[in-house]
Design a protein around this ligand. Structure first.
Ligand code: GP9
Ligand code: MN
Length: 419
């Protein structure tokens, strides 16, 4: 019944933060260009291998953007689809399985749907089969207006590798289709080349080979470098097609790419003795940036507060001037003065500005020192648990069917009985 949603709503309201006045609505009416960077972790940013930058374009682009250094992915087995779920709903994905498969018929109130009410048209560009991750079904529940899937791209032997169309070609063809979208639009791009096992043609290798014991890590460096080149050309083409100026561009890593099986090579690359559970948690950071021509290029900023994918929806909606007061979601606006830096990963580990809790062990966030007085972490256990449990309840109980979108309020029990 709807009382279950009311309890959750009360929790969310008690954690409500006010949007920052000078940021609210600064991107109002702009086209949104959201890009998912496949398997991209933050450790590649600003890092050189044999004197060569892995992400030269990204490193420069960050200098004209808002960049979030301590931003974590919160995905689980649903991988990319989990990251999409987080961005669209500011709800947590599930601990097991992929919510895109298990709960695609639920009621949601996605970023796409909220923006549609404001006159936006939404489209997802992804050169894979539309049924992969059950996207075709879930996108209906998210009210995505158009899914530009593999059938809309010209894919051939020359321009594809590994999982399909290579990123340079993908962006090239995508921009040509973007020109026809009704504006303003909310466009969502999902890259593919930097996907396990990170295969690449010889001619696309733009950085000297890394030579650790892990073939996977070595190839990853190459595909990340290649993806960076694709992003550079994407932005250039947006500029030449007149789609750049009036836009808000967001880049987000979807999840980790290098698993713990490669810890030894990873430790060597990072110059650490070993990858401890603390280091492994820090490796769950993925790049997140917001770029607004005419705004962030003039006043770029690096944000160090702890944050995660759950926070994107309210942050973006506020920049677009959309109020989120009565929308059921767990994230909070990253620009808000009273944003609590607290990020819970889907496995229950969590990060605060001072501490990181991994499997019940408490570490100093910056140094990785174990903290003996565990209370400094354990006082957040309850909050971590509540976030995940409440979100799960919404999904398992399909509780958003008790939410009235027109009135922006939870339907009262007597009312829901009539429906
Ligand atoms: C597949 C692409 C990659 O369409 O999104 O999926 P992943 O394996 O990373 O979840
Ligand atoms: Mn992915």
């Amino acid at each position: 019944d709807s009382n279950r949603l009311t309890e959750i709503e009360n929790y969310i309201k008690s954690n409500k933060t006010e949007p920052k006045e000078d940021k609210f609505g600064i991107a109002e009416g702009r086209n949104v260009i959201f890009v998912t960077l496949e398997s991209t972790q933050s450790f590649v940013v600003d890092r050189k291998i044999n004197g060569q930058e892995i992400t030269p374009f990204l490193n420069d682009f960050i200098k004209e953007s808002y960049y979030f250094k301590n931003f974590y992915h919160q995905t689980e087995q649903g991988k990319t689809s989990d990251s999409e779920f987080l961005v669209a709903n500011s709800l947590y994905p599930l601990a097991r399985g992929a919510v895109f498969f298990t709960h695609s018929n639920n009621k949601y109130y996605s970023t796409q749907e909220i923006l549609k009410e404001k006159g936006y048209y939404s489209a997802t560009f992804h050169a894979n089969n539309s049924s992969f991750w059950n996207r075709d079904q879930m996108y209906k529940s998210f009210t995505v207006d158009e899914f530009i899937d593999v059938d809309r791209y010209d894919v051939n032997e020359e321009n594809s590798i590994g999982w399909g169309l290579n990123d340079i070609e993908y962006f090239e063809q995508s921009v040509d289709m973007m020109k026809d979208l009704p504006q303003p639009f909310y466009s969502y791009f999902i890259t593919l080349t930097n996907h396990f096992p990170f295969e690449l043609e010889e001619e696309d290798r733009l950085i000297d080979e890394y030579t650790s014991k892990s073939k996977i890590l070595n190839q990853y460096i190459q595909t990340v470098r290649y993806q960076d080149e694709a992003l550079k050309r994407f932005i250039e083409k947006l500029k030449s097609e007149g789609l750049y100026e009036n836009s808000i561009i967001l880049f987000m890593g979807d999840h980790y790419g290098i698993s713990e099986n490669h810890n030894e090579a990873m430790a060597e690359l990072l110059g650490k003795e070993e990858i401890t559970p603390y280091e492994n948690t820090q490796l769950q950071r993925v790049p997140f940036l917001i770029h607004m021509p005419g705004i962030t290029d003039k006043n770029p900023e690096i944000f160090t507060q702890v944050s995660g994918q759950i926070d994107i929806k309210p942050t973006l909606l506020h920049l677009l001037g959309v109020n989120t007061d009565n929308i059921i979601h767990f994230g909070s606006d990253l620009f808000s003065d009273d944003h609590t830096p607290f990020t819970v990963l889907r496995n229950g580990n969590f990060i605060t500005q001072e501490y990181i809790s991994v499997s019940g062990i408490c570490y100093e966030r910056e140094t990785g020192e174990v903290v003996e007085e565990n209370e400094v972490c354990s006082k957040y256990d309850d909050k971590a648990d509540k976030e995940l449990t409440y979100s799960d309840r919404i999904i398992y109980g399909d509780l958003l069917r008790f939410y009235n979108k027109e009135k922006k309020q939870v339907i009262k029990d007597d009312e829901s009985m009539r429906n």
